[in-house]
Design a protein around this ligand. Structure first.
Ligand SMILES: Nc1ncnc2c1ncn2[C@@H]1O[C@H](COP(=O)(O)OP(=O)(O)O)[C@@H](O)[C@H]1O
Length: 187
């Protein structure tokens, strides 16, 4: 499948606003990949497909996750929206023909992150957060704060922002994000 064919198909799955975000993530991920000597094509495809399951309803996400053999932990049962990442990876494989495990893992980990992320995983996680079409005060501040910082420092800030946001909203926090955050703190 060519990139244009993938974008065409995506546009029927995620709508115009999410597609604009996706293209922003793609451009940011490609820039970061060049900066960190990561395979640009892997970054392109992981970014393009990271949100392909974003518009699937909670009930259907739970159904698909079960069907695909994805582990549904207690937090994902309570916040099925989190499953759009691992379900998206499975859709990328089945419907977009992606068989590269690095790309599929990056899609799967893009929302929660993981303490053992590869550089590609980190790039997609960060690009999803800072791409130029995502607009809110905290993110504008984060874009300034990460100037000149390492990838891990930027990931830590993005991860802490997500944890703070979910705390402020009174939402549950997935332990995987806490583990990621703790792994980035040096004692
Ligand atoms: N670490 C986390 N723990 C629990 N819920 C989370 C976590 N990160 C994100 N969420 C929740 O999962 C949903 C999807 O998050 P996300 O994909 O980051 O949304 P968006 O890309 O639309 O900003 C949101 O309801 C968000 O609050």
């Amino acid at each position: 499948m060519t990139e244009n064919q993938a974008i065409e198909r995506l546009s029927t799955m995620i709508g115009e606003k999410r597609l604009k975000h996706t293209l922003g993530v793609r451009d940011t991920a490609i820039e970061l990949a060049k900066e960190h000597n990561v395979d640009v094509e892997k970054a392109r495809w992981a970014a393009l497909l990271h949100d392909c399951a974003k518009k699937i309803s909670n009930n259907l996400l739970l159904q698909r996750a079960e069907e695909f053999g994805i582990v549904i932990d207690d937090i994902c049962k309570r916040v099925p929206a989190l499953l759009h990442a691992p379900v998206g990876a499975e859709i990328a494989k089945r419907e977009f023909g992606i068989d590269d495990e690095d790309i599929l893992n990056a899609i799967s980990l893009h929302t929660l992150g993981h303490k053992d992320m590869t550089t590609l995983d980190k790039i997609i996680f960060l690009a999803d957060y800072i791409e130029p079409n995502r607009d809110c005060k905290a993110i504008n501040q984060l874009r300034e704060d990460i100037e000149g910082k390492s990838l891990d420092e930027a990931i830590q800030m993005a991860c802490e922002n997500t944890i703070k946001y979910n705390l402020e909203e009174g939402r549950v926090i997935h332990p995987q994000s806490i583990e990621l955050r703790n792994s980035l703190i040096s004692d």
